[in-house]
Design a protein around this ligand. Structure first.
Ligand code: ADP
Ligand code: MG
Ligand code: MG
Ligand code: MG
Length: 417
């Protein structure tokens, strides 16, 4: 599927092609001879450029008609840029100041010109370097609480909600990737799978594990069927950019309506895997023990921050289709409203654990792994770190309903680690 006139940008063609767009020249100036474009090499799917001039800098992100990492043997529609654009607009409305500002969108060219986050770096790189970030957990808890609540039936009216559901339903090809890579491929010998050889025995056991296979399909059913809210869809630590004081979220092209626990669980899983990977990055044995505790603290603070924000919005902004105040507070029945809130949070918690579990498994057995593990050169050590993640992942997926609270999950994570 090719849009009319679509043409991928190059560092050479960017000045001429974007030089006539006032939303871009507002930031870079009109003297395009001073513009310098560089390609950022670390994305998997799209072209991303930093374009600088003496006047300023912008990010230009353009979809390709295929997966950048794999090439044209794996086609992927350009319309994902349209969905990313629409997701970014909604995230900015719902969680102000936590996503890059959009300067320009061109649907035919599948390109978004946006705020250049600087001196931000990708959080995953910090997690390998052992660097702590103040405020990270608070911001991510707030981002999750605000986007989950305000994108749902708890906040939106019927007409808006249905229109958005229909709009994002067309992001089917990216959902299809998630459905296969996350929920199915890890559980059989799918073509694109790979894993560290030292894990062969454990992988064999997991693929023969009936309870796990069924539980993973139960989570897939929730993901595919349960359109609770507008998800980011790819909320791992490579989609978060940080400075010492700031946290921002990028790259929502996998946006879809789905269960709230999906974004939360995927994010927490990536922190658990970073926790287990620390021995592979330690300057000396035990040097990352304190950092590992910091990561566990981030996990627990994100969950608490989510619950606090979600509860606050439940009590102050519940103007949507569900649990209307008419039935509860307006009749003076605050207890009923609190009871419903507690039940919703419990349900989201269970989903969160299940999605965290499948994410940990797929990042070790399926196509896309995480840099924290991939960069551990000592293969036995890598297998050890990854194996711990697999064991926690199995436990969370299968036993998601039996954990009393996040503290008991963290205790189990420590016992495995
Ligand atoms: P992909 O969808 O291909 O994964 P991303 O949106 O994740 O693309 O961008 C790839 C990389 O480009 C990011 O890892 C980050 O290094 C850089 N990048 C993307 N958006 C921005 C931004 N707004 N500011 C600064 N750097 C960015
Ligand atoms: Mg990305
Ligand atoms: Mg992406
Ligand atoms: Mg329970």
């Amino acid at each position: 599927e090719q849009s009319s006139g679509y043409e991928p940008l190059t560092v050479e063609t960017i000045p001429a092609r974007l030089g006539g767009i006032s939303a871009v020249t507002d930031h870079l100036g009109t003297d395009i001879s001073t513009w310098v474009a560089d390609e950022v090499g670390d994305g998997n799917l799209n072209l991303v450029f930093i374009v600088k001039s003496p006047a300023g800098a912008v990010i230009v992100k353009q979809a390709l008609p295929y997966v950048r990492l794999v090439g044209d043997s794996w086609p992927l529609p350009l319309k994902r840029a349209f969905f990313e654009y629409h997701a970014l607009i909604r995230q900015e409305e719902r969680a102000p100041g936590l996503v890059p500002k959009i300067y320009h969108f061109d649907e035919d060219q599948a390109l978004i010109v946006m705020q250049f986050l600087t001196p931000h770096i990708i959080l995953r790189h910090s997690l390998m370097a052992g660097k702590k970030h103040d405020g990270l957990a608070g911001v991510m808890g707030r981002f999750l609480g605000q986007t989950m609540f305000r994108g749902s039936d708890l906040s939106m009216d019927t007409a808006k909600r249905k229109a958005d559901l229909a709009l994002f339903a067309d992001n089917a090809e990216l959902c299809d990737i998630t459905e296969n890579l996350v929920f199915s491929d890890p559980y059989f010998e799918a073509e694109l799978n790979h894993h560290t050889p030292g894990l062969d025995d454990l992988v064999g056991r997991l693929r023969a594990d009936i309870d796990l296979k069924v539980a993973a399909q139960d989570m897939k059913a929730k993901f595919a069927n349960n359109a609770e809210t507008m998800l980011h869809g790819d909320l791992h630590t490579g989609s978060i950019m940080v400075t010492d004081t700031e946290t921002m979220v990028i790259d929502p092209e996998f946006v879809t309506y789905g269960p709230m626990g999906f974004d939360i669980g995927m994010l927490l899983a990536n922190f658990f895997m970073a926790y287990y990977a620390q021995p592979g990055h330690a300057e000396s044995e035990g040097a990352r023990a304190d950092y590992q505790e910091w990561i566990l603290g981030v996990i627990s603070d994100i969950w608490r921050g989510f619950c606090d924000e979600f509860s606050h919005l439940w009590r102050t902004e519940r103007n949507g289709i569900l649990y209307q105040a008419t039935l509860f507070e307006d009749q003076g029945d605050y207890l009923a409203s609190e009871q419903a809130l507690a039940a919703r949070l419990q349900h989201i918690f269970e989903d969160t654990l299940g999605f965290a579990g499948v994410e940990m498994i797929r990042r070790t057995l399926s196509l896309a792994h995480i840099a924290e593990n991939d960069t551990i050169e000592d293969e036995a050590l890598r297998a050890d770190c990854e194996g711990r993640g697999l064991r926690l992942g199995r436990s969370l997926t299968v036993n998601r309903a039996v954990f009393a609270d996040l503290d008991s999950v963290i205790s189990q994570a420590r016992m495995i680690g």
